[in-house]
Design a binder for this molecule. Structure first.
Ligand SMILES: NC(=O)c1ccc[n+]([C@@H]2O[C@H](COP(=O)([O-])OP(=O)(O)OC[C@H]3O[C@@H](n4cnc5c(N)ncnc54)[C@H](OP(=O)(O)O)[C@@H]3O)[C@@H](O)[C@H]2O)c1
Length: 216
């Protein structure tokens, strides 16, 4: 079992924490305001398996680290503590929240390529971006179950994708590999795979039929 570093203690961060602890992992979780503001969350998650930390400390303690903060904040992430680390990227682009980002508006980049650019020495893997946060602790099923939900991953590093695939498996999900981060537009906002529960075969079919549209 692993220690999961989690940066961002909102919808995604807390629900991945709940699912991870239920699966037997430990979590170290951070937000922007400091560990003292996370006392109630740690009490709920259980001090035996959950710790609050600063962003730097959560980044260093995690065997791998989930980034679960709004896209507009990714440039504030520290680079050095995340070097040589598998970084899971749950980000999505919502211009009304994040402001307009020309590289995304023109489809020059995907959201995860922006994070990889900011963290050039980390191994970024797109994951958890297309499942509603509250579903994460609820939708897991054992391996081999015919209704097992699949989640898409993407990234440059096969070893990093293997780490994420194994983590998803412990949480009750199959992984469907999209290829490099440049292909992760197939699972970004407003695509057929974004949101609904799908098995691996259903998700692969949805991904294959996805067309890239202009962001609005
Ligand atoms: N909500 C969903 O169902 C869902 C599903 C899939 C993907 N996503 C994507 O996941 C990302 C996070 O969404 P969310 O709904 O979890 O957001 P959220 O509920 O608003 O939580 C954001 C968290 O990020 C923290 N944060 C912000 N800036 C930070 C920084 N510079 N350093 C450390 N922590 C920082 C906030 O801490 P403070 O409160 O201390 O500021 C807060 O704990 C977004 O890109 C979203 O689109 C969301």
């Amino acid at each position: 079992m692993s220690t999961v570093g989690i940066i961002g203690a909102g919808n995604i961060g807390t629900n991945v924490a709940r699912a991870a602890i239920a699966a037997g992992h430990d979590v170290v979780i951070a937000n922007s305001r400091g560990p003292e503001t996370l006392k109630d969350l740690i009490a709920e998650l259980g001090e035996e398996h959950a710790k609050a930390a600063t962003v730097d400390s959560a980044a260093r303690q995690g065997d791998f680290v989930l980034i679960a903060i709004p896209l507009h904040a990714i440039e504030k992430l520290p680079k050095e503590p995340l070097e040589d680390t598998v970084v899971l990227d749950a980000n999505n682009y919502y211009p009304q929240r994040d402001g307009r980002i020309p590289a995304l508006d023109t489809n020059v980049s995907t959201t995860s390529e922006l994070l990889q650019k900011h963290l050039p020495h980390s191994h970024v893997v797109k994951s958890f971006n297309h499942i509603y946060a509250k579903d994460i602790p609820a939708h897991g099923l054992p391996a081999g179950h015919e209704d097992r939900r699949a989640l898409a991953i993407a990234g440059a590093d096969p070893g990093a994708k293997q780490v994420v695939t194994e983590f998803l498996d412990t949480l009750g999900y199959d992984a469907v590999d999209l290829g490099p981060l440049s292909e992760s537009w197939r699972i970004e906002r407003d695509t057929p795979g974004y949101g609904p529960r799908m098995t691996a075969d259903e998700l692969r079919e949805a991904l294959a039929s996805t067309e890239r549209v202009q962001q609005t």
